[in-house]
Design a protein around this ligand. Structure first.
Ligand code: NO5
Ligand code: CA
Ligand code: CA
Ligand code: ZN
Length: 646
């Protein structure tokens, strides 16, 4: 019990990797006043751990960010006063997202009319694979738009479906950009990029890029040159206030819990008059339940996109227990595996949604516990309260492209989410079934060279079906092809993997997929890409990590000429019972720190991660260090080994 409490309290600070810089200058206006309850952003000090955090949510504050000693919230004046009355130090925030110093309608962010135009442009350019669908109307009667992307888009085919939702919270403008980025990647990349082509051909992908168009329009619509810092929808409440928190309005464990939401209209986490009292959540519910065909929910995976904190999180949100009714150990392992898989690809921190605070009536809980959809939330860039909800539009290209591989990984995994945790034969079944097998590994492949791997299939139930093949987990720059491309189950094929000239060195666990017409089955193959042996080193000395304290472990590279690789790998093996206490960095020969792991990873003991970092600006030869810091609390462990491949 004590251990669990400590873990959760430590988890409060897991997103606080970087200390705050000063608030943005040039602001200082009071929270906006209007007919609605006035509200603003505040910092709160004087808290002591998790129980105090729930005091904030119980009083109706939306927690935006938590760090040692300081919590960033958005709250009505009523909530702020209530917190002050409890003896907390509550300070109106200038900067850190409350009040922006650049033009309000940043031309780079998409407004609702621009969204409609963008969706129509995508459909006009790709009518065979993209379709616009209306799924309902907002409180202010705006059309709630969805995009369907698939081959034969006009036909409801028997393909695994996915749903992406963005912008439940009005001010989280980067999220609509992420949704549009995904739509453009899937359409512009069709027939050009084989990976994109394969998922568009084999999945039906639904994207609702702006769940809360009224809130977005309100947030953009002030006349004082500033954003309104608006979170809620724009539905009028009986007391004259406006707004429901859509992400507290879903119909699973709605209003269950004293600290998960409030029943005070206009509060930042007001849950509405009833589950699905908001037309926006009701519309998505109706859409999702309409995807039950023949008694089976067609949507297998869902991602809800928010900002900010750089997290990949999963149910349960209403409870801080890892296992609750409807979330068995195998389910949890699936969620952890997919969250880890995405986090490995975008550098976010994976963990359970309630890692910081409980949210009830939350979307991923409804998707999972009522529809059995593997449902995740991204909290996108930034990782810190500055720039918080309002980064400049210049970050859009990099911060949306950052998630490309993670999004494709989720889409590719959606036919059988349990594959990631090794349970595909238990949970994913079909009357006509097959197996795929291959050697577990082969010899190393030099950069620019190719290796061949024999892959065989067998019929394990019912009748034989045609099978095509694909590979998950290829290193950057590598390509794969199968000859023949299609077999009838029972037949064999040969996989050829070609490593790119600048592919990273190291060991890559590949998943070879045999995609039948009824079901996909997988086999694991470990691919080793080898560069010059001079450009790699391992330190295998076990080093205890003091609690608290810092260790440095050295690898000296000699004889590796020129610069390191753009995809250099730092493979770290740490045995530790709570990695949420740890910060791990690579120290370059010139002393510059390259962050690898920043505190976090709820529910993931040990680090066994191959970090890929761009070291192309750095001379390879020299003394490299791995720095591991344990911020303390409790939790002990050791650095087992680490390998650097430049
Ligand atoms: C969300 C989480 C449940 C993901 C929420 O800061 S956010 O409001 N985007 N966080 O509280 O609804
Ligand atoms: Ca299709
Ligand atoms: Ca379908
Ligand atoms: Zn949000």
């Amino acid at each position: 019990m004590r251990r669990r409490t400590r873990t959760l309290i430590t988890a409060l600070v897991t997103t606080a990797a970087v200390l705050l810089t000063a608030p943005a200058p040039g602001s200082g206006a009071p929270p906006e006043r209007g007919s609605d309850h006035p509200r603003g952003s505040y910092t709160v000090r004087g808290l002591a751990g998790r129980d105090d955090l729930s005091r904030l949510t119980a009083a109706g504050a939306a927690i935006d960010y938590v760090e040692h000693g300081t919590v960033y919230v958005t709250a009505t004046d009523r909530t702020a006063a209530a917190l002050r009355a409890q003896g907390l130090e509550v300070t109106a925030q200038a900067g850190a997202g409350t009040l922006v110093t650049y033009p309000r309608v940043d031309a780079g962010y998409t407004t609702y009319p621009e969204l409609l135009a963008a969706v129509d442009a995508i459909v006009a350019a790709h009518p065979g694979i993209a379709k616009r669908v209306s799924i309902g109307r907002s409180a202010e009667n705006r059309d709630l738009v969805a995009l369907k992307i698939s081959d034969n888009v006009a036909t409801d085919e028997a393909e695994p479906e996915l749903l992406f939702t963005a912008n439940q919270h009005a001010r989280e403008h980067l999220t609509v950009e992420q949704a549009l980025y995904l739509a453009k990647q899937l359409t512009d990349g069709y027939a050009a990029d084989p990976r994109v082509t394969a998922v568009v051909d084999s999945r039906e992908i639904w994207i609702v890029p702006m769940v809360n168009p009224d809130g977005v329009t309100w947030d953009f619509g002030a006349s004082n040159g500033r954003y309104r810092n608006w979170r809620l929808n724009r539905q009028p409440n009986a007391d004259g206030s406006v707004g429901t928190d859509l992400n507290r309005n879903w119909g699973y464990q709605w209003a269950c819990c004293p600290t998960g939401s409030t029943d005070i209209p206009g509060d930042e986490t007001y849950h509405g008059t009833a589950a699905f009292s908001a037309p926006e959540t009701a519309a998505i519910r109706d859409f999702v339940t309409s995807r039950v065909v023949g008694g089976k929910q067609q949507i297998k995976a869902h991602l809800d996109i928010h900002t900010y904190s750089e997290l990949v999180i999963f149910p349960a949100s209403y409870s801080q227990s890892p296992l609750v009714p409807g979330m068995a150990a195998d389910d949890r392992a699936m969620f952890q595996g997919l969250a880890r898989g995405m986090a490995d690809r975008n550098g976010y921190v994976p963990g359970q949604s309630s890692i910081m605070y409980i949210a009830d009536g939350e979307i991923t809980d409804w998707m999972w516990f009522t529809q059995h959809i593997a449902s995740f939330t991204f909290e996108m860039y930034p990782g810190t309260p500055n720039p918080g909800f309002y980064p400049p539009a210049s970050v859009i290209p990099a911060e949306t492209a950052r998630n490309r591989d993670a999004l494709l990984f989720l889409i590719e995994s959606a036919d059988c989410p349990y594959r990631v945790s090794g349970k595909e034969t238990t949970y994913c079944t079909a009357a006509d079934d097959l197996s795929v097998s291959t050697a577990t590994s082969g010899g190393p492949v030099a950069r620019g060279a190719a290796a061949t791997v024999a892959v065989t299939t067998a019929v394990t139930a019912g009748s034989a079906q045609p099978v095509t093949f694909s590979v998950l987990g290829l290193p950057p720059g590598a390509t794969a092809s199968f000859s023949p491309a299609t077999v009838t189950a029972g037949g064999s094929t040969t996989l050829t993997v070609t490593a790119g000239a600048s592919s990273p060195q190291g060991l890559f666990p590949l998943t070879i997929l045999g995609n039948g017409t009824q079901i996909s089955r997988s086999a694991a193959y470990a691919l080793t890409v080898q560069g010059s042996p001079d450009c790699t080193g391992t330190n295998d000395t076990d080093t205890a990590i003091p609690d608290p304290g810092t260790i440095n472990s050295v690898i000296t590279v000699t004889g590796c000429a020129g610069k390191a690789n753009a995809h250099s790998r730092v493979e770290v093996h740490i045995r530790h019972d709570y990695v949420g206490d740890l910060t791990v960095s690579l120290v370059r020969p010139d002393g510059v720190l390259v962050p690898l792991h920043r505190r976090g990873g709820d529910g993931y003991p040990n680090i066994d991660t191959p970090y890929v970092v761009d070291l192309s600006a750095v001379n390879a030869a020299g003394t490299w260090r791995l720095r591991v810091n344990d911020a303390g609390g409790s939790g002990t462990g050791l650095l087992d080994s680490w390998t650097l491949t430049l």
